[in-house]
Design a protein around this ligand. Structure first.
Ligand SMILES: [Zn+2]
Length: 385
């Protein structure tokens, strides 16, 4: 029988737990298997929010997550009255947003045994927002189930994580990602393998690379940057190239989304009929939406730069591998000529250092440093022998 859990790649170790919890939850009471607060952690791309959404579907579906009924379908798109999926657009989730959410979910579930809230970025809760949420999680006897997602346990306040049942997702194997791309997305085996290997188990990124030629050529450009780091001027130029590519990629993704959202909002306020709706309240809502979109765009550019830096890190990882005498299991076998050339240069410990400075730059970007300046400083350090 098909199930919502079929789409979770490489996560067999948690599927049993979620399935028995969904079955045990049928009577709407807490049992040993079923609890009302869960925390899904896992590296980016491991599918922590997909796992949480699948569990939400299983909790409200009469067949514990068939994946085909109207409840399952509605829950997936946040269109179910008992399921709310919180996707963060900004850099943080503020206390006002949590208070609003708590008012919305204060009602008993309307159709199902549970009301389910999936919070995709619980690591972005501000401290006061987390404390407001904590009160709700601590409240006994409510019929609300909280499914929080975060990269690691340390990204969530200890007070919150101690009240959640924790599930750790794994990075799916390259073979598992390859299979999904072939079977589910009808991608050729060769392309699937390339995309899975270069994205290192990040399913979303793998699918994007496999289906998008521009993304592949952008990636190629980034992988050639290490060969171009001769002088200070060329290092600065390389930084500009990386930031430009990442920005264009991020903007392309957010523009389409922005337009759809604005159109929906205008429809909701009756644009095209008398036009009066847009004048009262509508224009205020539009301004708020545009502000949210702007902050999401900033975040998407940062995320996109981070992906480019990770790609760059795999280049130096491969150089290290070659320097230690191994040509097997190169991540970037499509750039093996460049990697070998680079490996002839400085010694192994210099490649290790380069990997380290890339990781430092990523950490700095995560703390909101100015993107271009951070990448420029990085490229200057990478340019040193
Ligand atoms: Zn169903």
């Amino acid at each position: 029988m098909p199930s919502v859990f079929d789409n979770l790649v490489g996560q067999e170790h948690i599927i049993d737990i979620l399935q028995s919890a969904a079955v045990a939850s049928r009577n709407g009471a807490e049992t040993q298997e079923m609890t009302h607060a869960w925390l899904f952690t896992g590296p980016p791309g491991s599918g922590r929010s997909s796992a949480a959404v699948a569990f939400a579907q299983a909790l409200i579906c009469p067949k514990n997550g068939c994946g085909t009924c109207s409840d399952c379908n509605a829950a997936k798109t946040s269109g179910h009255s008992d399921v709310e999926i919180i996707r963060t657009e900004g850099l943080s989730i503020k206390v006002e947003e949590i208070r609003e959410l708590l008012t919305r979910v204060a009602w008993a579930p309307s159709l199902s045994s549970w009301r389910v809230v999936v919070m995709e970025d619980a690591d972005r809760l501000t401290e006061s927002a987390a404390n407001a949420l904590l009160k709700a999680i601590e409240e006994p006897g409510t019929r609300t189930v909280w499914l929080l997602c975060a990269p690691t346990l340390h990204d969530v306040l200890p007070t919150i994580r101690s009240r959640c049942r924790h599930l750790q997702l794994r990075t799916p194997s390259i073979a598992a990602v390859t299979q999904v791309l072939i079977n589910r997305d009808q991608i050729s085996p060769e392309m699937a393998q390339f995309a899975a290997r270069t994205s290192q188990g990040h399913i979303g990124r793998a699918r994007f690379l496999a289906t998008n030629e521009t993304a592949r050529s952008n990636r190629k450009t980034i992988m050639q940057l290490p060969m171009k780091l001769g002088s200070l001027a060329s290092a600065l130029e390389a930084a500009q190239t990386l930031v430009d590519i990442a920005t264009t990629e991020a903007n392309a993704a957010s523009e389409t989304r922005d337009e759809v959202e604005i159109e929906k909002l205008q429809e909701a306020y009756g644009k095209g009929s008398s036009g009066r709706g847009m004048a009262t309240g509508g224009s205020k809502a539009l301004k708020e939406l545009e502000k949210e979109q702007k902050s999401r765009a900033t975040r998407m550019v940062r995320d996109s730069i981070d992906v480019a830096l990770l790609d760059l890190a795999t280049f130096y990882r491969d150089v290290m591998l070659v320097q230690s005498g191994s040509m097997d299991s190169l991540i970037n076998s499509d750039s093996s000529a460049e990697i070998e050339k680079c490996a002839l240069g400085p010694r192994e410990d210099s490649s290790t250092q380069k990997l380290e400075v890339i990781m430092q730059a990523r950490a700095q970007l995560a703390m909101n440093t100015a993107p271009l300046a951070t990448v420029e400083a990085l490229m200057c350090r990478l340019a040193q022998p």
